[in-house]
Structure formats: C-alpha cells, structure tokens
Design a protein around this ligand. Structure first.
Ligand code: SF4
Length: 110
C-alpha cells in the first residue's frame, strides 16, 4: 500500500512525500527554459586555479555577450537581484570585484 499525502484542502495528493518535498524546495527557483547559458556554464564560472587574468576576462566577455542576446535576461536579472555577489558572470553582469577603482557606491557597507 502506498501512503498518500494530503494537499492543503485535505484531498489526497497523488504525489509522493519526496515529490512534495522537492516541489517545495524548488518553488522559488526561477525557470529560464530559453536561457542562452544552458550547456555553457564554464563561461560564467569564477576564475579557476591556474587560469590567467586575460583568459578569464575573455571568457567572461563571451558570457556577457551571450547574456545580452539571451531571451531570459529579464527574469534572470529580476531573480539575480536577491542573489549574493558572485565572482562569475550573472545576468549580463561582470563580477563585483571588477568594478573600476573609485569612490565606493552609496550602498556599500563600511
Ligand atoms: S541572462 Fe545570462 S545568466 Fe541569465 S539566463 Fe541568460 S545567459 Fe544565463
């Protein structure tokens, strides 16, 4: 006998407890089915050990160009706003550490 879960109305839910847990975990995950980065994740990654600055810059420029042509850039940018700073490319933005030197932004924390 298979034990069935109950949904919010109390009706039997045909999904298994594991499906319910996974569904809940993925509820806030953005869906970007047309993302141009699918299968190209290596372009977006942070600098790897032994990689030269020139190589990572070129790789990240290629990633940013993909983002600019990506049909999912709008929802990707919306989602990325709440994400922590990254050393890789995200939503068409280069890593935070590449900001040019100068005055800190007004929202920078001392
Ligand atoms: S905008 Fe860039 S990071 Fe976002 S889904 Fe498109 S290709 Fe991927």
């Amino acid at each position: 006998m298979t034990r069935r879960s109950r949904n919010i109305t109390g009706a039997a839910d045909p999904r298994s407890p594991l499906e319910l847990i996974l569904t809940d975990m993925l509820r806030d995950t953005v869906q970007l089915p047309d993302a141009a980065c699918v299968g190209r994740g290596e372009l977006f990654d942070p600098m790897s050990e032994g990689e030269s600055r020139e190589d990572v810059d070129e790789r990240h420029r290629t990633a940013v160009r993909l983002c600019w042509e990506c049909p999912a850039i709008g929802p990707c940018r919306d989602w990325s706003i709440g994400e922590p700073a990254s050393d890789g490319v995200l939503a068409g933005r280069l890593p935070e550490f590449r900001r040019p030197p100068g005055r800190p932004r007004s929202n920078d924390v001392a």
